[in-house]
Design a protein around this ligand. Structure first.
Ligand code: BGC
Length: 458
């Protein structure tokens, strides 16, 4: 009996450490959201300040996304070479350089370069944070802890939205054009520095330490997070998984692990081809296009952010109970229905209010499933020896797909119209539903090593 009590309190203490460390890593998500969304409030003033053409405006707005692609691509190699912790610290440095650099540029070129540097940080942190959390979390709470990262992304988007509004109110139009936008970008220095300082105090991932032969340190961290008994058991499984020969990129593409790689890559593509960032980056434009006033477009955009946050909390509550598959199936079905309804309303020039309702339903369906669960599954399905490399590939594909959607959305609306554009997104979500049904395995409650062992041997 007393042993049980001791074990219980020991477990509570270690859970607290895991949660704290996961929150620190998830702060990377906050910077991801903050950095990608900061531009929405500043772009208009930037346009006037530098006298930008439409093309240059797009370039200024998307330069960070272009940095995300190589950021994600190289983060795997860096992660595997120097570890998760140091990579997180490098990301914080990139964010801080970018925040200061984008606040004081004298030319557009300088601005674009500093946004690109921030993008490298976003790309790298977007794979390192969930990777790190998945590697330290016990299996029964791994889904919830990786979801914290998605919650942080969404919070970052909302926070920057309010910060931008506050800054904008500090002066008149002329002040905003000369100075306001600089504060918007510069405001990111604070979260970047806080994240960097916090990352100095997190321990290195035990799975990475074990891979580098630093067994004692790995054992110490595992004991701190899981208690002595469980640490012993985890260590045995990790050693077995690492005792297999290393996997090269070629083997990853052709061998046993090409199945999880394909699942990871397709999840990344389907997450983005749902069209979520058409809504996140262009919401005010969409609302204005259906005849809402500028002011209500602003209010509607806030409701999009709020619903996104609320339903991410629902996902956190459900993901380790209902499981990944159930959430994904329900969520993607919700996406199909709501996107088809939006397309239909555009086609028939239906009520703007109903468009808002179904856009909110779409955001809710995404936030409760595909948003967090795609990141969770991508961080869980790869074997210990190739997790960095494989996650890098999946995240690289995710950012490329994100860039494609945000670039093509205005072009599609102009070219084929809003209704057809939303029918395309609805079709993609239908394909995504079928893919989840056929291919995505349930990973709830299994250790990373058990998931690794479950892939069929070819
Ligand atoms: C996606 C982002 C998106 C965000 C919106 C994330 O899971 O990867 O592209 O902007 O969710 O909540």
């Amino acid at each position: 009996m007393s042993e049980g009590i001791v074990a219980d309190s020991e477990e509570r203490v270690s859970h607290r450490s895991v949660i704290l460390v996961s929150i620190v890593a998830a702060l990377g998500g906050l910077l991801f959201g903050y950095d990608t969304a900061v531009v929405s409030g500043a772009i208009g003033f930037l346009e006037t300040h530098f006298g930008l053409s439409a093309g240059m405006k797009g370039w200024a707005a998307s330069s960070a996304l272009i940095g995300c692609i190589p950021g994600a691509m190289f983060a795997g190699v860096v992660n595997d070479a120097i570890g998760r912790k140091k990579t997180l610290i490098i990301c914080a440095v990139l964010f801080a350089i970018s925040a200061i650099g984008t606040a004081i540029p004298t030319t557009l070129n300088e601005f674009v370069w500093y946004r690109f540097i921030g993008g490298l940080g976003v790309g790298a942190v977007s794979m390192t944070s969930p990777l790190y959390i998945a590697e330290i979390a016990p299996e029964h709470m791994r889904g919830r802890l990786v979801s914290l990262y998605q919650l942080a992304i969404v919070t970052g988007i909302l926070v920057v939205f309010f910060v931008n509004t506050l800054i904008q109110r500090m002066g008149d139009e002329a002040w905003n054009v000369s100075t306001g936008w600089r504060w918007m970008f510069g405001s990111e220095t604070l979260p970047a520095v806080l994240f960097g300082l916090a990352a100095l105090f997190v321990p290195e991932s035990p799975r990475w330490l074990a891979r580098k032969g630093r067994t004692e340190e790995a054992q110490r961290t595992l004991t701190r997070f899981a208690g002595a008994g469980a640490a012993q058991r985890y260590m045995g499984d990790i050693q077995t998984s690492l005792s297999h020969a290393d996997v090269s990129l070629k083997q990853l593409l052709t061998g046993r692990y090409r199945i999880p790689l394909l699942i990871g890559v397709l999840l990344a593509v389907f997450q983005q081809f749902s069209g979520i960032n058409a809504i996140m980056y262009y919401a005010p434009e969409i609302f204005k296009a259906i005849g809402t006033s500028v002011d209500s477009a602003f209010v509607n955009t806030v409701s999009v952010g709020a619903v996104n946050l609320l339903f991410t909390v629902v996902a956190i509550y459900l993901v380790d109970k209902a499981g990944r598959r159930a959430l994904l199936l329900g969520g993607t079905a919700g996406q199909v229905i709501s996107l088809a309804a939006v397309a239909w309303l555009f086609q028939t020039q239906g009520s703007p209010f109903l468009v808002l309702v179904f856009i909110l339903l779409f955001v809710a369906s995404f936030a409760a499933a595909m948003g967090p669960v795609a990141w969770i599954v991508i961080s869980e399905i790869f074997p210990n020896r190739v997790r960095g490399l494989a996650m890098s590939i999946a995240t690289f594909v995710l950012w490329t797909a994100c860039y494609l959607v945000s670039q093509t959305f205005p072009m599609m609306v102009d070219g084929i119209g809003s209704a057809a554009t939303f029918w395309v997104y609805a079709g993609c979500s239908l394909a995504s539903l079928i893919f989840v049904w056929v291919a995505v395995p349930e990973t709830k409650g299994r250790t990373l090593e058990e998931i690794e062992e479950s892939w069929p041997r070819l």
